[in-house]
Design a protein around this ligand. Structure first.
Ligand code: AMP
Ligand code: MG
Length: 433
């Protein structure tokens, strides 16, 4: 049983006004319990799903020794008489799916095509390019040192050995994995149930697409960004719309979100000033801490648990993230704080995101003591070295800076001013967004 304010206590040793990003990541990771339910799905439906158990290979792949080349199969041990050239009689043919039947003698070979089973008594394939017809048209000759023993032969089980794990639990299934499972003759796999994530936007100024934009209002973009980011992770995204800054509306939205989802994401309403009203409400039937991250953009963040009932512990719990309202801050907070938790809760074993070092083409203003995720345009020069230029405006509301960029420039907590030409870490959007 969770006691109230557990989430606030997690950060007791940090400055509440500047929680380091790495500390926030470590705390939220602690709360990522994977969904237990497992579903059995057909192979094609397993793409992007999370494998629930190791898949053991029921067979050897390939199932038989076979030729890797078009050529002639023979027994290498037969080449022991020291002669510089070899002459072998062609005893027959083998094609992929059409094996040679019979045993191959010492002075014999079999014409083989790529994928053909190695005939009995053969261990080596000489490629057709290096042989010549022998004196007898039914024979070939080649130099004795043309191939070593075992050359151009793929051994049974060299791709996957029977009884060994072909794929591990926690794997997010990719294109090669579907092919690999098919190569084992496996047509169905056990995957975790998709994580359900409910989300809504808060703010009296927000209008939905299709509504007129009256003075002082803005279109709600965060629900679209969140929808897209969740779908990219192949999660069940449950859109609960725009909720007014009004306690009753917010309460019923939060409770229905907790009733229907594993995780609840909201945007807006957690910055200083607004937080007082949300804070009070979230403590009524949740256990939520309000953090101020040492991060830019994306300083305010609420994190904890909410319940579908009328008090903490009543009804169904869901993990809760109250993201900032500014559109770029939503994306940065999602990728840096929320994404890994969603993957862990989906049962996946997240891999660290690749980081590239790139030379900054201009100086970057940066203060030590906070982590920054600026938006950049990265590329490679003719030698393959990476460079990056920050996009113009770095304001946390300027969503066009995300669309224009192709990477985050990740400036670490302790980094200060960046000089022109200095190397910085970048995270490419491809594969992430
Ligand atoms: P808040 O965190 O609620 O104070 O919002 C910070 C800023 O983000 C304000 O300018 C809001 O109008 C803006 N904002 C909040 N939610 C959204 C949204 N869903 N779509 C676009 N802008 C938003
Ligand atoms: Mg607001």
């Amino acid at each position: 049983m969770t006691t109230q304010n557990e989430f606030s206590r997690c950060v007791a040793q940090y400055d509440p006004h500047a929680l380091p990003v790495s500390a926030a990541q470590a705390i939220v990771r602690e709360w990522a319990a994977p969904v237990a339910a497992v579903e059995r799905v057909a192979l094609r439906d397993a793409l992007d799903r999370v494998l629930a158990a190791d898949v053991m290979s029921p067979i050897d792949v390939p199932s038989h020794d076979n030729s890797a080349m078009d050529g002639y199969a023979f027994n290498h041990a037969a080449l022991t008489n020291g002669a510089p050239a070899v002459e072998l009689t062609i005893a027959g043919k083998a094609f992929a799916g059409h094996p040679f039947v019979g045993r191959v003698g010492a002075a014999q070979c079999v014409r083989v095509m790529t994928g053909a089973s190695m005939p009995d008594g053969c261990d080596t394939v000489v490629p057709q390019e290096v042989v010549e017809r022998g004196a007898d048209p039914a024979s070939i000759t080649f130099s004795a040192d043309a191939v070593g023993q075992g050359a151009n032969c793929r051994l049974a089980g060299e791709d996957l050995a029977r009884g060994h794990a072909a794929l591990r639990a926690g794997r997010v299934i990719r294109a090669s994995d579907l092919g690999l499972l098919a190569s084992l003759g496996i047509g169905e796999v056990n995957v975790r149930r998709r994580l359900r994530v409910a989300f809504f936007s808060t703010g009296d100024e927000l209008r939905s697409v299709g509504e007129p934009l009256d003075p002082g209002s803005v279109y709600d973009s965060n629900r679209y960004t969140l929808f897209a980011m969740l779908r990219r992770l192949n999660l069940d995204a449950l859109d609960l719309g725009v909720i007014r800054d009004e306690p009753a509306a917010l309460e019923s939205a939060l409770r229905s979100a907790a009733a229907n989802a594993d995780v609840v994401l909201t945007s807006g309403g957690v910055s200083v000033g607004e937080a007082d009203f949300t804070r009070q409400l979230l403590q009524t039937f949740g256990d939520v801490a309000f953090w101020s991250l040492a991060m830019r953009p994306g300083r305010p963040l609420a994190f904890g648990r909410v319940w579908s009932g009328d008090r903490p512990g009543a009804g169904r719990p869901a993990l809760f993230f109250g993201l900032p309202g500014n559109p770029v801050a939503v994306m940065v907070t999602f990728y840096q704080i929320v994404r890994e938790v969603l993957l862990l809760m989906s049962g996946a074993t997240p891999q660290p995101l690749p980081v590239i070092r790139a030379a900054s083409r201009q100086p970057i203003a940066k203060r030590a003591g906070r982590t920054e995720f600026q938006r950049g345009i990265a590329g490679q020069d003719a030698k393959g070295d990476w460079h990056v230029t920050p996009t113009g405006s770095q304001g946390s509301g300027v969503l066009s800076s995300m669309s224009e960029a192709n990477c985050f420039i990740a400036l670490g907590h302790d980094e200060g001013e960046i000089a022109e030409g200095e190397r910085v870490s970048i995270m490419l959007f491809d594969g992430l967004i």
